[in-house]
Design a protein around this ligand. Structure first.
Ligand SMILES: [Zn+2]
Length: 501
């Protein structure tokens, strides 16, 4: 048992309870009691929280840990051109298994240090082999971090997943793509089932469905995904309408918006999470609200790639569940969720002078706790300090420079606190970080190994990424430019400049 004694406790329940000098009792992996002046059970370890804020751990609802060795590598490229650099056509290196482990480790460590206790890792592996998920799951287990990991799904060929490519690509390139040995739909489903049987429910690891985007999946695959989601009550985690190019794709490829296509294929339910959800029509938003689906809001990556700003207020008003994420570290460039927290608390104050519609720091806390949990159907397990829930708790330093004098800890967290404010992290009842030192791993040894592997990646893999990207860049650029100027019918048009209006 662990007794956290005398802290400023933010319960984060529906009543918004805060205890000025409160205690939290942990029994095993559960919260056993929350109150004032609780008796310390014999043998319980006591954590003195006099100068601490005690609150539920944060949840990063959208990450790609596989991008870990490409932080800080890119700038001034929109999504489609950036994707061409990070995931180039005709280049899919076989990477050592340990590299997958170390990338997840890096992201996991930065996450924990920024107060994250659950990480929804949309792990992209276009080999469709178990190795990447096995290694990431192992890393999160070793760290003691909750990992909610997707199995990658993408069975539509490159030409069909982007607009105009059938006209832009030279015939011999199209022929080469057509001849590529695409992984069969069935094999991707089987891999999901295999990984789920192997990992789901083990030590905080969960396996969820990860169709990369509707336009990157065949209708058959999406229908399979919808069936499995219903059968197993499993979340679907999918990129939707991040860019104008994708809005154009819906119009040209399906004659309907991508959310409508998801409804058509059975995926538009309360188990669906749409990542980004920027280029939405009002009809899309109404449909999403009716389905009670989720989105992940990833302002760091959306600004970096010039994608736009998700109409969060409109989505919230429609009843959509809005969760907070960083997004992959090659676009957000960090797994530090507090940076996304800050940006989400600021960005919605532009776009409309109607300040009552702006998004507050406390609403962002909801996005990073309850809503993020709900996007993975974990709302009954985590996100508040209530009896019976998992003991996922962080302790913040109320004397950190940005916290003095303390007015409202959540506002400090959003606007003034430094990253070091997160001192201690408890996940599933286990202290995984104590006074900023990770307790579950040898940090120095892991750091040395990560540095070596990342340098190898930079030296050996990155030049190949660049070489291949340079070949396809002119085609992608032509596609991108056309997609920016192509007329969108009224049924597909959205306002990029006034997301809050
Ligand atoms: Zn993403």
């Amino acid at each position: 048992m662990i007794m956290i004694k005398g802290g400023h406790v933010i319960v984060n329940d529906i009543a918004g309870r805060v205890l000025e000098r409160g205690d939290v009792l942990i029994d095993g992996d559960r919260i056993a009691d929350v109150g004032v002046d609780l008796p310390v059970p014999p043998g319980a370890r006591v954590i003195d929280a006099q100068n601490r804020i005690v609150m539920p751990g944060l949840i990063d609802a959208h990450m790609h840990s596989n991008e870990a060795f490409e932080m800080g590598r890119y700038d001034n490229q929109p999504l489609e051109l950036w994707l061409n650099e990070v995931y180039p056509l005709f280049y899919l290196p076989d990477l050592p298994p340990r590299l997958h482990y170390l990338r997840a480790m890096l992201v996991g460590i930065v996450s924990i240090r920024s107060g994250v206790t659950s990480l929804q890792d949309d792990l992209i592996d276009l080999h469709f082999k178990p190795t990447a998920v096995d290694q990431a799951a192992q890393a999160y287990r070793d760290l003691g971090l909750r990992g909610w990991i997707t199995t990658s799904m993408w069975d539509e060929d490159y030409v069909a997943s982007l607009p105009y490519m059938d006209e832009i690509l030279p015939a011999e390139v199209r022929a080469r793509i057509a001849a590529q040995d695409g992984t069969a739909t069935e094999a991707q489903i089987e891999l999901h089932e295999e990984l789920r049987a192997m990992w789901h429910g083990r030590d905080g690891i969960r396996i969820i469905l990860g169709p990369s985007g509707p336009q990157r999946c065949s209708e058959k695959l999406l229908r399979h995904v919808a069936e499995i989601s219903e059968r197993d009550d499993t979340p679907i985690h999918c990129h939707v309408l991040e860019t104008r190019t994708q809005a154009v794709t819906g119009q040209r490829k399906y004659g309907m918006t991508l959310p409508s296509w998801l409804r058509e294929t059975g995926c538009m339910t309360h188990r669906l999470t749409m990542n980004h959800a920027i280029w939405l029509t009002d009809a899309d938003i109404a449909m999403m609200g009716q389905a009670r689906c989720s989105i992940t809001h990833n302002p760091l990556a959306n600004l970096k790639l010039g994608s736009g700003v998700s109409p969060v207020r409109k989505l919230l008003r429609a009843g959509v569940n809005v969760a907070l994420g960083c997004d992959g570290v090659a676009s957000a460039d960090t797994a530090n969720l507090l940076q996304a927290f800050r940006l989400a608390s600021l960005i919605h104050k532009i776009g409309t002078p109607d300040y009552e519609q702006w998004v507050s720091a406390h609403e962002v806390l909801h996005m990073a706790t309850h809503a993020a949990a709900r996007s993975s159907l974990m709302q009954d397990e985590v996100a508040s300090l209530e009896v019976g829930k998992s003991a996922d708790i962080i302790l913040l330093d109320r004397n950190e420079w940005g916290m003095i004098p303390m007015y409202d800890p959540i506002r400090h967290l959003a606007f003034s606190a430094g990253e070091d404010v997160v001192r201690t992290s408890i996940i599933r009842g286990r202290v995984v970080m104590e006074e900023r030192r990770l307790t579950t791993i040898d940090e120095d040894a892991i750091r040395a190994e990560i540095v070596d592997m990342a340098r190898w990646y930079k030296r050996v893999i990155c030049p190949e990424l660049s070489r291949h990207a340079a070949v396809s860049a002119p085609w992608v650029k032509a596609m991108y430019q056309r997609a920016q100027t192509d007329t969108l019918d009224d049924a597909f048009d959205v306002r990029r400049t006034a997301p809050l209006a």
